[in-house]
Design a protein around this ligand. Structure first.
Ligand code: ADP
Ligand code: ZN
Length: 616
């Protein structure tokens, strides 16, 4: 395996020396074969030589006069050869006759020899060199192979990135562990007949370390790593992208087990039909080719395709189907501990002041992703160097943080203090309701680290079991949890932010289904107003054909509103009663950024004790 990589990198047969030798050889050839010791003389000198009687013989061609002198060269022991340009000189022949020089006006000048050595030979040598170079870089870079992929092969030696270099995203690392096991010993998995995932999609904001993670998987497993960006596939020329995909998979096939990493998958896999012009454009062809290749691939061969995107909602659903990118790994923004761990990784090569506490640096950088933190360490080190300090200290880190923050704020990637407070109370509202209503799934995690593009924070609930049936009470509780965020903002700040829009949408959707599909409204009774299949053009101008009158529609709307309003009141009551607990939770959340399920339980118990309330 290892030998193979060596060969790819550097064929021993060929090096820069070969070029030097070839060129040198060619020059010598020119000198000794074509013009062996030729003396170049001017025409006037030639005439003088003729008059002096030094010229033994000469050939006169259309353009030059060559000849031999009586003089003998020392080394070769032959007559010295001379050459001169021919000038229009009608008296020359007379003069030659007069002196008695043997002359011939021959046309049979060695034109073939000249032609061969000045034209054929150099071209031949250039061609050989050219062949050598392209053989060395492989067929991929030949001019002829337009469609060949630019996918580079990172040999094992170049890629000594391991999981130690990736910090702060332990969950993602854990999820990828199985892939590594498989790549290491595909035979074992094959023998057991296990089903191996083909495609793994890494989801996360830019700079969270998706590429790094993919490389680390290759590094840990010790397999080659093909890296290609989605935007690279999409070329100006139709068909080139598809050819590249084909070629990339061909290359990977030969190097299995290996990893194909496609960055910016969204550039390639944008949902089809989003293009207003419609039709088959280049990107679509490329995407189709990718789907074909993924389907045609035997996953047991040991090729894992990893994709990365920060806009999963843009992806064509076809990419996410079973057998394609069916495994998804979220690469979160790092929390406080994560940031500290990442800082430690990047501070390894940097001299820090002894009392410098990376934990407090981490505490100052909420919202920073791995790339920002790497950048931060680098900036701080540069500042220290500029100040002629021997080690990097807190002042440098503080200044570097300010600089990077300013840049990030421009890009709207960080929250200001007020926003943070709102998000903390909003998420705490969700969580507190989830802990207060009887039919909710337990809360697994509250986080105010932004995830995806829309959400500034999130509350994760863990379903205790797979659910196929839900009772009315459970659905109502679900609506209550969704409303908890907004109500919390209302109670604490007496105003509502735009952040709750998505929650309201979801809550309304559930209420609508309760009334229209499940017959859960007393007033409307046990009637379904919705037909199974919804029209494709949801949200378009084409309204679905209604099976009921305007009157009924109004009543349905009223029922939905009633469900929402009643739940809203219930949530208001709960949160007003537990206002102090809500504040305490939000406070802790702002401090820790993330609260795990077990911690939350403890925290709630404490808060209940201090606030004299009943148990949750
Ligand atoms: P992405 O592909 O998600 O945009 P990258 O993997 O390209 O992000 O990360 C860019 C750089 O940021 C990495 O090369 C690394 O130096 C640093 N980095 C990002 N995440 C981490 C992490 N979790 N641990 C250590 N370094 C990280
Ligand atoms: Zn919310």
């Amino acid at each position: 395996m290892f030998e193979n990589f060596k060969k790819i990198k550097m064929p021993k047969k060929f090096s820069a020396w070969h070029i030097v030798i070839a060129v040198g050889f060619f020059i010598l050839l020119q000198l000794y074969l074509l013009n062996p010791g030729v003396r170049d003389v001017s025409y006037s000198e030639f005439k003088r030589l003729v008059r002096e009687g030094t010229v033994l013989e000469c050939h006169i061609t259309n353009t030059v006069i060559r000849g031999k002198l009586r003089e003998i060269e020392r080394e070769t022991r032959k007559n010295v050869v001379f050459i001169t340009a021919r000038v229009d000189d009608p008296d020359l022949v007379k003069e030659l006759e007069f002196v008695g020089v043997k002359y011939s006006g021959n046309y049979e000048s060695p034109w073939f020899k000249t032609f061969f050595f000045t034209w054929v030979m150099p071209l031949l040598i250039l061609f050989i060199i050219w062949r050598f170079i392209f053989k060395r870089f492989g067929p991929a870079s030949s001019i002829m192979s337009f469609g060949k992929s630019k996918g580079r092969l990172y040999a094992q030696e170049d890629l000594n990135i391991t999981f130690d270099d990736v910090a702060g995203i332990d969950e993602a690392k854990e999820e990828l562990q199985e892939i590594i096991e498989f790549l290491k010993t595909p035979e074992k998995f094959r023998a057991l007949g296990g089903k191996i995932p083909k495609g793994v999609l890494l989801l996360g904001a830019p700079g969270t370390g998706k590429t790094l993670l993919a490389k680390a998987v290759a590094g840990e497993a010790g397999v080659p790593f093909f890296n290609m960006s989605g935007s690279e596939f999409v070329e100006m020329f139709v068909g080139v992208g598809a050819a590249r995909v084909r070629d990339l998979f061909n290359q990977a096939d030969q190097k299995a087990p290996c990893i194909i990493f496609i960055d910016e998958l969204d550039a390639l896999g944008k949902a089809r039909g989003v293009n207003p012009m419609g039709g088959h454009d280049e990107r679509e062809q490329t995407l189709n080719q990718l789907l074909v290749e993924m389907d045609g691939f035997d996953s047991n061969k040991g090729v894992i395709i990893m994709g990365a995107t920060n806009r999963p909602e843009m992806l064509d659903p076809a990419l996410l189907r079973p057998g394609r990118f069916d495994r998804q790994v979220v690469v979160d923004r790092p929390d406080l501990h994560g940031r500290e761990a990442i800082l430690k990784v990047h501070a390894k090569g940097v001299k820090l002041e002894k009392d410098l506490d990376l934990h407090s640096v981490a505490a100052m950088t909420p919202g920073f992703v791995g790339a920002d933190l790497a950048n931060l360490v680098n900036e701080a080190a540069l500042l220290a160097a500029r100040r002629n300090k021997k080690a990097v200290g807190m002042p440098e880190f503080e200044e570097a943080i300010d600089r990077i923050m300013a840049g990030l704020e421009k890009k709207k990637r960080l929250m200001n203090k007020k926003e943070k407070e709102i998000v903390a109370h909003h998420e705490s509202g969700h969580a507190l309701i989830a802990c207060s209503v009887p039919h909710a799934d337990p809360v697994r995690k509250i986080s105010m680290i932004p995830r995806g593009i829309g959400a500034l924070g999130y509350t994760l609930q863990k379903p205790t079991e797979d659910r196929y049936l839900m009772t009315k009470a459970e659905l109502l509780d679900r609506i209550a949890i969704l409303l908890g965020g907004r109500v919390s903002e209302e109670i604490i700040f007496n105003e509502i932010s735009t952040g709750a829009q998505n929650d309201l949408e979801k809550a309304t959707e559930i209420a609508k289904m309760m009334v229209k599909e499940y017959g859960m409204s007393e007033k409307m009774g046990l009637v379904t107003f919705e037909q199974g299949d919804r029209p494709l053009f949801l949200g378009g101008g084409f309204a679905a054909k209604k099976e009921y009158s305007e009157e009924t529609a109004r009543e349905i709307d009223l029922e939905i509103k009633k469900i929402i309003d009643e739940t809203l009141q219930r949530v208001r009551n709960i949160l007003t009663e537990k206002k102090e607990i809500l504040k305490g939770m939000a406070h802790t959340l702002m401090e820790k950024e993330v609260i795990e399920g077990a911690e939350l339980k403890k925290l709630l118990e404490e808060l209940h004790k201090t606030n004299g309330g009943k148990g949750p």
